[in-house]
Design a protein around this ligand. Structure first.
Ligand code: COA
Length: 146
C-alpha cells in the first residue's frame, strides 16, 4: 500500500479484490458510466491480473475514491480498464498517482506492453503519463455484435 496524506485524511492504494460492488457502482455512477450487471463486474474483477482501488481514510471511515484494473497474458501484455477517480477527488493528481501505481505494479511483473482504450476527452490525461495514440500508425480495432 502507498499513501498520500492531507490534513486529517489520507489516501491509500490497495490491491485487495474484496471490493464492495455497490460502492464501486456508486463510484462509476458518479462519473456517469452506464451500469453493468454486478455479477459480470465481480467476474471481471476476479479474472483481472491487477486490481487497484484508491481509498480515503478519515478517522475510522473509509471511502472508495478511485479504481483501475488490468487484464494480462502474464508475460508480455497488459491492458488497463475502468480508470476512475470520484469527481470530488479529481484534479488533485490522484488519477495520475493511480495510473503510476498501476504502471509500477505491471512493470514489477516485467510486463512491457501496456495498452488502454482512452475515451476521447481523456486522451491528453494519458498522454501526460507517456501513453501514445497510434504508435507507428497501429490502430486499435474493435468488433461488436450486431
Ligand atoms: C480521467 C481521470 C481518471 C483523471 O483523474 P484526475 O485525478 O482528475 O487527474 P489528475 O488530477 O491526476 O490529473 C493529472 C494530469 O492530467 C490532466 N488531466 C486530468 N483530466 C484530464 C482530462 N480529462 N483531459 C486532459 N487532461 C486531463 C491534469 O490537468 C493533470 O495535468 P498536470 O499533470 O499537467 O497537472 C478522472 O477525470 C476521471 O475519473 N474521469 C471520469 C472517468 C473517465 O473518463 N475515465 C477514463 C476512461 S478512459
Amino acid at each position: 500500500m502507498s499513501e498520500a496524506a492531507s490534513e486529517n485524511s489520507r489516501v491509500f492504494f490497495s490491491t485487495d479484490r474484496e471490493i464492495d460492488l455497490y460502492e464501486l457502482e456508486e463510484l462509476c455512477d458518479a462519473v456517469g458510466w452506464s451500469r453493468r450487471p454486478l455479477r459480470k463486474v465481480k467476474k471481471a474483477i476476479q479474472h483481472s491480473f491487477l486490481v487497484v482501488s484508491m481509498w480515503e481514510q478519515r478517522g475510522a471511515t473509509r471511502r472508495l475514491v478511485g479504481f483501475a484494473r488490468a487484464t494480462s497474458d502474464h508475460a508480455f501484455n497488459a491492458t488497463i480498464w475502468d480508470v476512475v477517480v470520484h469527481p470530488d477527488f479529481q484534479g488533485k493528481g490522484l488519477g495520475k498517482a493511480l495510473m503510476r501505481h498501476m504502471i509500477k505494479k505491471l512493470r514489477s511483473e516485467d510486463i512491457s506492453n501496456i495498452t488502454l482504450f482512452a475515451d476521447p476527452q481523456v486522451v491528453n490525461f494519458y498522454r501526460g503519463l507517456g501513453f501514445m495514440a497510434d504508435p507507428e500508425g497501429i490502430k486499435g480495432m474493435f468488433w461488436y455484435p450486431e
